[in-house]
Design a protein around this ligand. Structure first.
Ligand code: B1M
Length: 210
C-alpha cells in the first residue's frame, strides 16, 4: 500500500490519532499536499457511499470527519499561501440546520489565502447571524454560504434573499456545497458559485474585484 492509500484507508476507518502522522509521512515521501487532500476528500466520498448503503452509521461518519480534519491541519500551512493584499472581510458559515464543516473550513482557508480577512461563524448559522456579522465587522466585501444537505438548501435560499433585501450594501454573496449548482445559485440570487475550495478562492477575488 502506498502512503496515500494508507492515509485514505485510515481516514475511512476514522483513525484520527494515526492520520496526522501518516499525512506527514506521505509529505515526507514527496507527495504533493493537494494530492493528499484529494485522497482524503475521496475517502469522505467512500464514507458517504457506505452511509447511504446502510453499512455504517452517523458515529462512524463523524469519526471519519474528525480523522480528515486532523489530516487537513497538517496540510494547512502548505495549502494556504500567504497573501499581503487586502480584499476586505469575508463572513463565512454553513447555513442553518446544517452541521457539515469540513468543506466550509477548506473554502475558508483558500479564500483567506486569496487575501481576505475571515470571520468564520461556524455551522448552523441563521440568517440573522450572517446579517449581524456584516454589521459588526468592518469592510465586509464577501459573504460565503456553504450547505451540504438538500434539506438545508431552503435555508440557503432564505439567507441569500434576506441578505439581498437587507438594505446592507458593499458585499457579494458566494454559495457552494455538494448539492449546490450554478443554476441554483442563479435561481436564489447569489452573485457567485464555486464547486470546490480552490475555485471558491478564484471566484471570491473575481467577485470583489468586479
Ligand atoms: Co453527513 N451527509 N449527515 N455527516 N456527511 C452527507 C452530506 C451525505 C451526502 C451522506 C450520504 O448520505 N451519502 C448526506 C446528505 C444527503 C443529502 O442531503 N443529499 C448526509 C446526511 C444525510 C447526514 C445526516 C442527515 C445523517 C443523519 O443524521 N441521519 C446528518 C445531518 C446533520 C446536520 O447537518 N444537521 C449528517 C451528519 C454528518 C456528520 C456530523 C456525522 C459528519 C459531518 C462532520 C463535520 O462536517 N464536521 C458527516 C459527514 C462527514 C458526511 C460526509 C460523509 C462527508 C462530508 C465531507 O466532509 N466531505 C458526506 C458524504 C459526502 O460528502 N460524500 C455526508 C468532504 C468535504 C471536503 O467535501 O463538504 O462537499 P464538501 O466540500 C467541498 C465542496 O462541496 C465545496 O468545496 C469543498 C471541497 O473543495 N464547498 C464549497 C463546500 N462548501 C462550499 C462553499 C462555497 C464553495 C464551495 O462557497 C461559499
Amino acid at each position: 500500500m502506498t502512503m496515500i492509500e494508507e492515509v485514505k484507508a485510515k481516514v475511512e476507518a476514522g483513525k484520527a490519532k494515526l492520520v496526522p502522522g501518516l499525512v506527514q509521512e506521505a509529505l515526507d515521501e514527496g507527495n504533493a499536499a493537494g494530492e493528499i487532500l484529494q485522497a482524503m476528500i475521496d475517502s469522505m466520498g467512500v464514507v458517504g457511499g457506505k452511509f447511504s448503503a446502510g453499512e455504517i452509521f452517523v458515529p462512524e461518519m463523524l469519526m471519519a470527519a474528525k480523522a480528515m480534519s486532523k489530516g487537513v491541519d497538517v496540510l494547512k500551512p502548505l495549502l494556504a499561501g500567504t497573501s499581503t493584499s487586502s480584499l476586505g472581510t469575508c463572513v463565512i458559515g454553513t447555513v442553518q440546520g446544517d452541521l457539515h464543516d469540513i468543506g466550509k473550513n477548506l473554502v475558508s482557508m483558500m479564500i483567506e489565502s486569496a487575501g481576505f480577512k475571515m470571520v468564520d461563524l461556524g455551522v448552523d448559522v441563521s440568517t440573522e447571524k450572517f446579517i449581524n456579522a456584516i454589521k459588526e465587522n468592518e469592510n465586509v466585501t464577501l459573504v460565503a454560504c456553504s450547505g451540504l444537505l438538500t434539506t438545508t438548501l431552503s435555508a440557503m435560499k432564505e439567507t441569500v434573499q434576506s441578505l439581498k433585501t437587507s438594505g446592507l450594501t458593499g458585499f457579494k454573496v458566494i454559495v457552494g456545497g455538494a448539492p449546490v449548482s450554478q443554476e441554483m445559485a442563479d435561481e436564489i440570487g447569489a452573485d457567485g458559485f464555486a464547486p470546490d475550495a480552490g475555485s471558491a478562492a478564484v471566484k471570491a477575488k473575481e467577485l470583489v474585484n468586479a
